[in-house]
Design a protein around this ligand. Structure first.
Ligand code: SF4
Length: 187
């Protein structure tokens, strides 16, 4: 669809409408001014799917990475892969954002921040991250119960419901679906 998001709204949108996996990567990117390849792919394609245009995407990543590696190195080593994700380089494939299933089956290593927090965080970190989203008490315990039973997408669906105060009958199966359902509700 033709929905567009702009650079200046990303942090606000993350607070209201990003699923936990994407909130986490934005936080780490802001903190470290860097994300490894797996994170750049997962988060970059999500932002593209959410409606971030190529020029804004380049400005977004450059603003962070240049603080770490300098803008010259950013332009030389990283800008290409962002344009690539938008189908502007290489085979010019227009890459689609990853589904939950793909994200859940990722195998993030040390220093990686991609993947699905319900699947890849330890219990303590997950509880803390959910608390930060304003989820606590009975809903939190229900979510942790789903996680124990390896129902990660159900855990994410329950988080959506707790964070938005509504039921989500379709269930979450894609981070961009989480985002657009949240945005539709807030309209
Ligand atoms: Fe992200 Fe999907 Fe995991 Fe939710 S279930 S945190 S949207 S990968």
């Amino acid at each position: 669809d033709a929905v567009e998001i702009s650079l200046k709204d990303i942090d606000q949108l993350a607070r209201t409408s990003f699923p936990l996996c994407m909130r986490h990567m934005l936080e780490k990117l802001r903190e470290n001014h860097h994300l490894k390849h797996g994170g750049r792919m997962q988060f970059g394609l999500f932002l593209k799917g959410a409606g971030l245009k190529l020029e804004d995407a380049l400005a977004f990543w450059r603003a962070e990475f240049s603080q770490k590696v300098g803008s010259e190195r950013f332009d030389k080593e990283y800008a290409y892969s962002i344009r690539h994700n938008y189908g502007k380089e290489g085979k010019r494939t227009d890459y689609t954002p990853y589904s939950c299933q793909k994200i859940i089956s990722a195998t993030p290593g040390v220093g990686d921040h991609h993947g699905c927090p319900y699947r890849h965080f330890g219990e303590e970190n997950l509880r803390a991250a959910l608390n930060k989203m304003g989820v606590s008490g009975h809903p939190l315990e229900e979510i942790m119960d789903k996680v124990k039973n390896r129902h990660y997408q159900l855990a994410c669906t329950l988080t959506f419901e707790a964070a938005h105060g509504v039921s989500c009958d379709t269930g979450i199966n894609h981070p961009n679906q989480y985002f657009s359902e949240s945005q539709n509700m807030l309209k």
